[in-house]
Design a protein around this ligand. Structure first.
Ligand code: GLN
Length: 423
């Protein structure tokens, strides 16, 4: 017994939920005689993997923003409605169903509409029955992709800064991250550093394109370089392309799966969340060759069984929207980006102009704060705007950047902008 950790519960009403952990330095018998009012019991420890990461800082900032009634530019989600057609269709599905499980790997009508749309944009034939698994958001898609590709101990290349989830996904699937830097302010990578990472024989590389949080859009040349290395070293590429339709001219999104030879080794993950402003519907998907999909279906089946059936049914309407919808989305987001950046300019803040996605990284070096976390806490309490401290996106100790998102109504961006002018 001595040397172990005991979990001690007081049993007193006002301390009812308190469990203390104390090191055992005396015997159980002594404990009972010495601390008569306490219940003492031993508990197994929880998974060691979970000690390697914290809860999401992004979602924590949303809670803080709500607490202080701030304008929430931290967790990236819109405050405007999805397309009207989609809402009408959802209302119809509420009464007509379906309300029971869909096919585990996705409702047939949803997969058909998705295959048609993605074949059109990706420029490759996608079979609705062979190449798709519908998941609960791209969050599940990425986790499924990681667990499908990797065994415990496998290495995974992740570009840093990176969206928080990839670190946790890697650890949860037992894999080991190798980070390759995207260097601010331009967020480009050094091809020699990337090659070195590939020389460690990783099983997979995670590619978020357009990139969260940096706003980088990988050029066709960069994608070709990554693809060549993936083929040379026999590595999977797991993409997160949820911002595929949010790209600012002259930048264009290219799908790495469309590069000859890459479809075979790419697990493309994306979702409807950002494209149709339905982050709460949790509709995501994986596109990959049949042999990978067969394995991914198993992981998905035992993780979640399936994505919500009525929402898949309603979302068919979104997937069938004409190309003009995506052009309009792009021009609306360009206007939002330009409006928010004009406030950052007026506030004298320096930032990297986003090429895609809806985030902007702002440099706080000149603001006189040493720590991005403390700065964000001050910003939310005193200025009334919530941002994310960028230290949670970097593998190295970077504390001079914070991330805002601008997927908000014009009036919300103006309200945030006016507050930021006080800086
Ligand atoms: N992708 C969004 C962000 O980075 C949030 C996604 C989420 O919280 N699931 O803020």
């Amino acid at each position: 017994m001595p040397g172990k950790i005991l979990h001690v519960c007081t049993g007193l009403p006002w301390f009812k939920n308190l469990v203390f952990k104390i090191p055992v330095i005396f015997s159980m018998k002594q404990c009972f005689t010495n601390i008569k009012t306490l219940d003492i019991y031993c508990m197994p420890s929880t998974s060691k993997r979970l000690r390697c990461f914290t809860e999401s800082v992004i979602r924590g900032m949303t809670r803080l923003s709500n607490k202080y009634n701030a304008v929430n530019l931290s967790q990236g989600f819109p405050d405007f409605d999805p397309p009207r057609e989609l809402l009408d269709e959802l209302a119809r599905c509420v009464y007509n169903g379906p309300h029971q499980y869909a096919v585990t790997w996705g409702a047939p009508r949803f997969r058909m509409a998705l295959a048609e749309k993605q074949s059109r944009f990706m420029g490759i034939p996608i079979d609705p029955d062979e190449n798709i698994v519908v998941t609960c958001g791209s969050t599940e898609a990425m986790m499924v992709a990681m667990m499908t590709a990797c065994d415990p101990g496998d290495k995974v290349i992740i570009f840093s800064p990176f969206y928080e989830n990839y670190g946790a996904d890697t650890i949860l699937s037992g894999a080991v991250p190798i980070y390759v830097e995207l260097r601010p302010p331009g967020f480009s990578f050094d091809p020699a550093e990337l090659r070195k990472a590939f020389e460690q024989r990783p099983k997979a590389l995670v590619l978020c394109n357009p990139s969260n949080p940096s706003g980088k859009v990988f050029t066709p040349e960069e994608l070709k370089l990554i693809a060549d290395l993936a083929m040379e070293f026999d590595t999977y590429v797991l993409t997160d392309e949820v911002y595929e339709h949010i790209v600012y001219s002259p930048w264009k999104h290219s799908y790495i799966a469309s590069i000859p030879g890459m479809f075979e080794r790419t697990i493309s993950c994306s979702s409807l969340s950002k494209t149709y402003s339905i982050t709460g519907w949790r509709l995501g998907y994986i596109i990959a060759p049949r042999n990978i999909i067969d394995e991914a279906r198993k992981v998905h089946d035992f993780l979640t069984v399936g994505a919500p059936a009525p929402l898949q049914e309603a979302a068919v309407t979104a997937l069938k929207l004409p190309d003009s919808y995506y052009l309009k989305l792009q021009s609306e987001y360009t206007a939002k980006r330009n409006l928010f950046l004009s406030y950052l300019d007026r506030a004298g803040l320096s930032y990297t102009k986003p090429q895609g996605a809806y985030y902007v990284m702002v440099d706080i070096t000149d603001m006189g704060w040493k720590c991005d976390k403390e700065y964000c806490e001050w910003l939310v309490k005193e200025i009334g705007v919530a941002a994310v401290p960028s230290s949670s996106f970097f593998s190295t100790p970077v504390t001079n950047l914070i991330r805002f998102h601008f997927a908000k109504k014009e009036e919300t961006l103006i309200a945030a902008g006016e507050r930021l002018l006080k800086l």
